[in-house]
Write a protein that binds this ligand. Sequence first.
Ligand SMILES: [Zn+2]
Length: 590
Amino acid sequence: MQHQLQQDQRPPLNSLLAPVVLLFAILVLRLLYLQVITSADYARESEENRIAQRRVKAPRGLIYDRDGRILARTRPFYTVSLERTTRKDFAAATAAFTEAIGDVELDGEYSRKYRTIRLKRDVNFRTVSIVEERLKADWPLLDIEIETQRHYPYGTAAAHLLGYIGIIRDQDLERKNDNAYVLGDFIGKTGIEKVYENSLRGRDGMLYVEIDAVGRTSREFPERDRLPVPGKPLHLTIDLEVQLAVERALPDSLAGALVALDPRTGAVLALANKPTFDPNIFVSFQAQKERRRVLQGETVLLNRALHGRYPPGSTLKMVSAIAALEMGVTDTLSLFEPCYGWLTVGRSKFRCHKREGHGGLTLPEAIETSCNVYFYHLARLISIETWHKYAAKLGFGQPTGILHPGEAAGLLPSRQYYEERGGWSFGHLLNLSIGQGAVLVTPIQMARYVAAIANGGYLVTPYISGDPPPRQRIDGISPKTLDIVGKAMLRVVASDTGTGRRARVAGVAIAAKTGTSQVPNRDDDAWMVAFAPYEDPAIVVAAVVEGGGSGGMRVGPVVREVVEAFCIQEGIIEPAVAEADTLLANHGMP
Ligand SMILES: [Zn+2]
């Protein structure tokens, strides 16, 4: 085998000759090209003095939700443009134009670099008729161009996910030397508009017209024209009904985020952030002020669902429960020392949120009431390494892989992490076991983690378009363990002592976990994660409201509205039943 390889590596004589022949052939072809082909080009060059190219914008591809409802479309608008001419003629033409319309502010200025200069974009019909009827006779290089503009019919809905488009920056224009863009073109700046830019933008067309001495079009060349190729439509996994329910349910007064996934595939059903913005302002030529306000208020554009890093609080307790069940340190019946409201470990006192204590609890009861002391006991029986291993299996400390630039990885601290920062102590693990301490998560990571509990142990990759990425079976977490945890989460909502009872929807069994996490310099963050229907999970929700206080109180009603909207949409419950339930929830619950 070895010998054979060595022989093969020595090239025979005729294979050495081949490159020489090829080089020679290239030389001959090049000579032919210079003599024959380019002479035709030179002729074309002089022709260009008379023949103008008119770019025809390709309409941008539409974006649809999963039922074919349009989330982003294009709307035509008029632009007044001026063909390149001498600086003097340009000044005279623009002066005539600004005087005629009574507006001196122009969008484009003289440039030798570009053939067509867009003077004023998105003008009204009055301006169009002034140019066509009064100015064009004297200034034939003035032209009305029909451009298309992005329009988001639902305004702020899914704004961070869709992203926005804006005018291409000079440095990007220079970098992209494939002639696909010209000055003043729009390009996807964030979100889906950016990620799918290449397929959404299509290919601009080119029309050839002959211009006579005074600049009038004298001849057209339909046989040379290249028609624009429209951008490809993009179908998202988003469900508009669920998305709108999320936008309504999340409080406007506080920052927050919500992600809803299909736990079976990872399809993103809804993704929303507060505060939000209207992406239409980035394409409007009349919304400069509003645009500036949004760009300056940095956190408005922050996609918290993917980039926000939060302590998860008690919503992370299922990690400790799963680790403990898999390690065999507890089961559904074992009791630890009762909760008296705190646990003393070494010289420190670790508290439960219930001052008077929960008494003796089993694992399902501890999840239902979210007793901290029970989880401190669990932590004492597992190591930081074990906890870290199971948290990593459930997707923490790494981006989920949803197609989005710069998704945050969160922070999954290890023993080494603490050793490098002032030292490791056992108290760190006690805090981690209840989702406090250094651990940080993103809302989309939380949604994926709960999806794994709901789908029997598969780690999905959240996706927003196309086919679902392959899901991965989590090694070492049994369906039996997840069943115990899932059943306990059902009690969180169904039991009268459950912390998530405000998420109840009549006719649907919902499994959930609440969280109230301490954050420096603001009120506690409110969390809830949930999946439904319990028997055949089709939706997972992870939501956080910054400074929202109690997770059950603040986010419970949000989750209820979202699950309800989804179940109505899917025909799982009747709208009337849902309404009756809302009435009950508003008046009958404390
Ligand atoms: Zn307790």
